[in-house]
Ligand binder design. Structure first.
Ligand SMILES: Cc1cc2nc3c(=O)[nH]c(=O)nc-3n(C[C@H](O)[C@H](O)[C@H](O)COP(=O)(O)O)c2cc1C
Length: 332
């Protein structure tokens, strides 16, 4: 109810400003003893009986927070109170970088969607590792999503991902190699088999502790490229995240066609579900299904299509902090 009351105010602000206000408040509250319990009580009952083990990690439930909401891991102590069974922070780049000029995040409320071209704003791997080292261990499994600094040449990408991984390795329960953001020039080309194999090999060479490494794919790959990337992941990764935001503008007003960036939320639902189904027909690798999940029916459909875990981002913005537990109660 509080979120419904605050939503007009938040939605009157620029989308990134609203996100910063909410995250800033949460980051202030995060270290306070009892803050997580109060937030948990305010967001209502969760659900039991949804535990599962995927890529060797025990998850209290299969609903996670997708990458991009907490890029620098500032909210790790508080976000599990919303009911999430796991968090994925990042994308974290090796070196700090500011990302693209603002404005770079836009709401499309009539489509329950967002368009973003954040461009990997990141405090960088060392700062995030320091923060995680200083925080109590996350109360649910923590994924760390790795991105690439703007301007890193393709030939240097394997070393950059491996170095970022090495800096963060002890702090994550699983890792995601993100080569699928549409907002870093040239990044998605790294989904091609040779580049991809070199990146995953470099990360696995640095992976003495054998942490699960997942590959996050774009929804805009041609069928044969999608299959080829999965073939590479079968040899060199422990799972897939399907999918990132789309360059397509299907399902939103034509005025958004010219706004550069990736589209997320409801318009991505059908495509992302279809890709999970296709990925499942190609591989037994664990799959994290993400894109346009808004309610328990969507989550169930994604799990039935072949996902082992699911994630949300955009529906948290439209549905508010009670959305994750509502999905979980519906799933239970
Ligand atoms: C503002 C914003 C920032 C994002 N940043 C990242 C990111 O840094 N790394 C990443 O892998 N995905 C990022 N994503 C993509 C989400 O993790 C997710 O794949 C996508 O939004 C589809 O899920 P949704 O429809 O539930 O939002 C971002 C999404 C949004 C909306």
């Amino acid at each position: 109810m509080l979120y419904e009351a605050l939503k007009p105010l938040l939605f009157s602000l620029d989308a990134e400003t609203a996100h910063e206000e909410v995250s800033g408040l949460m980051a202030l509250l995060a270290p306070l003893p009892g803050a997580a319990s109060v937030l948990s009580a305010l967001t209502g009952p969760g659900a039991k009986g949804l535990e599962k083990t995927v890529f060797g990690v025990r998850f209290p439930n299969p609903l996670g927070l997708a990458a991009g909401f907490d890029k620098d891991g500032r909210l790790v102590p508080l976000l599990p109170a919303l009911g999430f069974g796991f968090l994925e922070i990042g994308s974290v780049t090796l070196e700090p970088q500011p990302g693209n000029p603002k404005p770079r995040l836009f709401r499309v409320p009539e489509s329950r969607a967002l368009v973003n071209r954040m461009g990997f704003n990141s405090e960088g791997a060392r700062a995030v590792a320091r923060r995680l080292a200083a925080s109590p261990k996350c109360s649910v499994p923590l994924g760390i999503n790795l991105g690439l600094n703007k301007g890193t040449e393709a030939a240097k990408a394997p070393a950059a991902y491996a170095q970022a991984f090495g800096i963060l390795a002890e702090h994550g329960d699983y890792f995601v190699v993100n080569v699928s953001s549409p907002n870093t020039p040239g990044l998605r080309d790294l989904q091609k088999v040779d580049d991809l194999a070199a990146i995953l090999e470099a990360v696995q060479d640095a992976n003495a502790a054998r942490k699960p490494v997942l590959l996050k794919l774009a929804p805009d790959l041609a069928d044969e490229d999608f299959a080829a990337a999965i073939g590479t992941a079968e040899k060199l990764a422990q799972g897939l995240v399907v999918s990132n935001t789309t360059l397509s503008r299907g399902g939103v007003d034509a005025k958004w066609a010219a706004e550069a960036g990736g589209l997320s939320g409801a318009p991505l639902k059908v495509r992302a579900t279809e890709l999970v189904r296709r990925a499942r027909s190609l591989t037994q690798l664990p799959i994290v299904g993400v894109g346009g999940i808004e309610n328990a029916d969507d989550a169930r459909e994604r799990l039935t299509a072949g996902a082992d875990l699911v994630q949300i981002y955009t529906s948290l913005i439209y549905g508010g902090p009670r959305a994750p537990k509502a999905i979980l109660r519906g799933l239970a």
